[in-house]
Design a protein around this ligand. Structure first.
Ligand SMILES: Cc1cc2nc3c(=O)[nH]c(=O)nc-3n(C[C@H](O)[C@H](O)[C@H](O)COP(=O)(O)O)c2cc1C
Length: 211
């Protein structure tokens, strides 16, 4: 299905209808955002990232650019082998975790196969999703969604992903906070999820305030 969607987008481009430009080129949200390739040869040593990993609840006004978005989404649930397997392990190789990213410009679903973001809702849902004041200052809210029937597995899979993102954030010097306190019912509705989908947890991201 994802392949058909991608082919459809390519077809539109061929006939001159551009469904997307660049995430920051226009006020109007793009239907599809093509992310740059994730950078897999950057970052601090793993032991330093582990040492620096922490929760930060303060964010500056600096925006996360598409390169950082690509890197952190790949860290979350990117494909890291030719057989399609992921940066996170999943029980029975279920690969059940989807990541949505909510920014000012709208809510998008990350497609790891073609490294794109697909618009699912143009509203800035971050304000509606947040139950704590500091979240409104974050530039992005990641929402981890799973359709795994096993609630232990889906929690573990989301935990692996948010830890990967937390380590990427530590390496890149970004701020992040895992958020159990989010409005799951609202997100389920506004992200147009199916009955089988479950909003597991969120993670707010941005750049730290300079000291
Ligand atoms: C599953 C989970 C849910 C969390 N939910 C929230 C939350 O809703 N709001 C919040 O401010 N912090 C939340 N946190 C962050 C924790 O409060 C934080 O990890 C803890 O205080 C330890 O701090 P550290 O991450 O800097 O080590 C959550 C962390 C986890 C792992």
């Amino acid at each position: 299905m994802k392949k058909f969607r991608f082919l459809f987008v390519c077809l539109l481009s061929l006939v001159g209808i551009s469904p997307s430009v660049h995430a920051e080129d226009s006020d109007k949200p793009e239907t599809v955002v093509y992310l740059p390739e994730p950078q897999k040869n950057i970052g601090v040593p793993l032991m330093k990232a582990l040492n620096d990993r922490k929760t930060t609840r303060e964010f500056s006004v600096r925006k996360i650019n598409d390169q950082d978005l690509s890197n952190l989404l790949w860290a979350a649930v990117g494909i890291n082998r030719p057989n399609g397997k992921l940066t996170i392990p999943t029980a029975r190789d279920a690969r059940d975790l989807s990541v949505y990213i909510i920014k000012q410009g709208g809510a998008y679903r990350y497609n790891a196969e073609d490294n794109t973001l697909e618009l699912v809702n143009p509203a800035a849902l971050i304000y509606m999703a947040a139950k704590q004041g500091f979240v409104k200052d974050a530039d992005a809210l990641l929402v981890y969604v799973s359709n795994n029937e096993n609630q232990d597995y889906r929690a573990m899979h989301a935990g692996s992903a948010y830890q990967n993102v937390g380590l990427y954030a530590a390496s890149a010097g970004m701020s992040n906070v895992v958020l159990g306190m989010i409005d799951r019912d609202m997100l389920h509705k506004e992200l147009h999820l199916t009955e089988k989908d479950f909003v597991v947890i969120g993670q707010a991201l941005g750049w730290p305030k300079s000291k």
